[in-house]
Design a protein around this ligand. Structure first.
Ligand SMILES: Cc1cc2nc3c(=O)[nH]c(=O)nc-3n(C[C@H](O)[C@H](O)[C@H](O)COP(=O)(O)OP(=O)(O)OC[C@H]3O[C@@H](n4cnc5c(N)ncnc54)[C@H](O)[C@@H]3O)c2cc1C
Length: 546
């Protein structure tokens, strides 16, 4: 097999060598930063990018891989959140729709608009007129930018989506929202943060944060110490007392959400569908994803390690049961499931809310401060990561200014609302006629041009999925991976889409990764073991590595 396929040289390198150099600098220290960010999910990534663009020195430390937590386990929607209208969260919907618009501009390749179909059946909590009212409000909060919603009568609904059950159908609304790749969106934000000077260290858990307001020391699990004027914790569902002290006590309610993936031939929906769960104030999504379709999510109270939420038979049955009712001719049985994932929502607890009722909890975020001045940001959504980051970085800059050294250029205002995430021209329609570029563009944007150039190893990794071998070499050199599971789960969603969870290619991927970092056969075996373990924890599936 060709292991020397050329890699993209126009992007900053982010491989094993860069990681080692950073680690050595931190270990031989002392190093001091304006800002240390704890956690490289989408929130930490957004904070790092915003702060770096303003001219602050920034270090991000992440216990696992980037986007290891909730930011690679979401429903992958960039949306205003139609559901939050019902809860009266107009401010949140307005903010999310505004941010959705900005993401269309900033990352067109990663945030793709789609028409969502939301049907109503006899007996459903949300009748057609309620849906029309809600979507009229949705369009208004979006200032009528983009395509307005449409109302479809029963006949037009079935024409739009023949897979839907006809019996009891009363009509539908069709409206715009967007679909993304959560882990790659996080990667794109961090890559741009690095481009503007931020440093990112993964697989480095923060053990302790010491000091007082304006002078903190962050201690990593290997004893390495880094100094920071401000520390911002963006640890998602891990934001408990261990990191936040007494302020983290009872701050969050954790809610688990599960998704299942099936072949699109088994559930051939033409557009994303929104499905009402009977007798509950909940909706589920059925989203077409190339040769696959994914369905989710559940919403159940969760306790335990957010990294090990797993998927139970009950979770799978709940999703299958709710969707089977509406899609009677689809193949929705346990054997149809290709893969699964689950994530844990870090929901800000509302005083007085009943225990276990996570569906009703707000998706709003909150900034909290420890007694020693360490900041933390919790809650929120993928969609609103940028505005959340802007808010906390404004606060951080305010804290830095009184100590700002004379003669050092002052921090710039926020620019993230107008700058693209990836430099370069979008691909043209003619370029996208090339099947390799068409496969690469949704994940890599303008960089697809370089990545897919002739002479590279452009073979598909797996027959019916759009992932290419050149992406593996690119990930190893430019996308900050340490382990094989980082590549096949988060740089490419192979574990979620391949019926073998990528087992057929993992040995070769491990060989390329270990060879690039100068390792040995033992390291390849270790990588495969780590991959097996990771897949089993997340999907409950045993893998058969060749
Ligand atoms: C099932 C589900 C579906 C969702 N769907 C959507 C959706 O469709 N659209 C949307 O907008 N939002 C959605 N969300 C919400 C969204 O995914 C989250 O709000 C967002 O990903 C949270 O990102 P974060 O960076 O705050 O947390 P995370 O992504 O969880 O990142 C926290 C990071 O901190 C790291 N960390 C923890 N402890 C330490 C430590 N001691 N030292 C160093 N690092 C540490 C973790 O490893 C982790 O990587 C969904 C959430 C769930 C669970």
């Amino acid at each position: 097999m060709n292991t020397s396929s050329p890699v993209d040289t126009s992007l900053p390198r982010w491989g094993a060598r860069e990681r080692l150099e950073l680690l050595q600098r931190l270990r031989t220290g002392p190093t001091s930063w304006d800002l240390v960010v704890v956690g490289a999910g989408i929130t930490g990534a957004g904070i790092a990018r915003d702060a770096a663009l303003r001219g602050l020195t920034v270090l991000v430390v992440e216990a696992q891989d980037l986007a290891f937590g909730t930011s690679s386990r979401s429903t992958r929607l960039i949306h205003g959140g139609v559901r939050y209208l019902e809860q009266g969260e107009l401010g949140l919907v307005y903010e999310a729709l505004r941010e959705r618009g900005r993401l269309y501009e900033a990352a067109a390749h990663l945030v793709r608009p789609a028409r969502f179909l939301f049907p109503a059946y006899a007996g459903d909590r949300l009748s057609p007129w309620k849906l029309r009212l809600g979507l009229t409000l949705y369009d208004t909060l979006n200032f009528h930018r983009g395509q307005a919603h449409d109302y479809l009568d029963t006949e037009s609904t079935l024409l739009a989506e023949p897979l839907l059950r006809g019996e009891g159908l009363r009509g539908a609304v069709q409206y715009e929202d967007a679909v993304t790749d959560d882990a790659r969106l996080t990667l794109a934000i961090l890559t741009d943060a690095r481009r503007h000077g931020a440093e990112v260290l993964t697989y480095a858990r923060v053990e302790r944060i010491m000091g007082t307001r304006g002078a903190h020391t962050v201690v990593l699990e290997d004893g390495t110490r880094v100094d920071a004027t401000v520390v911002a914790i963006a640890a998602g569902p891990w934001s408990g007392p261990a990191l936040l002290g007494s302020g983290g006590e009872g701050l969050l309610s954790l809610s688990k959400g599960t998704h299942i993936v099936v072949r699109s031939a088994d559930v051939p929906v033409r557009q994303p569908l929104v499905i009402q769960a009977p007798a509950q104030r909940r909706i589920l999504f059925v989203v077409p994803w190339g040769t696959r379709t994914y369905l989710g999510t559940t919403d159940t109270a969760y306790e335990g390690d957010p990294g090990n939420s797993g998927v139970t038979v009950e979770d799978e049955d709940e999703i299958l049961g709710i969707t089977r009712r509406l899609l009677p001719s689809a193949r929705l049985d346990r054997d149809a499931i290709v893969s699964t994932w689950s994530g844990v929502r870090p929901l800000v607890r509302v005083p007085g809310a009943s225990e276990g009722e996570t569906v009703e909890l707000s998706r709003k975020h909150r900034i909290v401060e420890r007694d020693d001045g360490v900041l933390a940001i919790v809650g929120g959504k993928l969609t609103t990561y940028r505005s959340m980051s802007e808010e906390i970085v404004d606060d951080i800059v305010g804290r830095l200014l009184p100590q700002w050294p004379h003669g050092r250029p002052r921090p710039l205002p926020c620019t993230t609302h107008r700058l693209p995430l990836a430099p370069g021209r979008p691909l043209t329609a003619i370029e996208l006629e090339d099947p390799v570029l068409a496969d690469l563009y949704p994940r890599h944007g303008p960089a697809a041009r370089e990545l897919g150039r002739r002479g590279g190893d452009n073979r598909c990794l797996v027959e019916d999925l759009p992932y290419r071998w050149c992406e593996i070499d690119h990930a190893i050199a430019h996308e900050g991976v340490c382990h094989v599971i980082d590549i096949v789960r988060r740089r490419l969603p192979l574990v979620l889409t391949d019926s073998a969870q990528g087992a057929g290619v993992v040995r070769e991927v491990a060989t390329r990764l270990v060879t690039a970092s100068g390792g040995h056969q033992g390291d390849i075996d270790e990588e495969i073991e780590r991959y097996r373990h990771g897949v089993e924890i997340e999907t409950g599936r045993k893998t058969n590595v060749l």
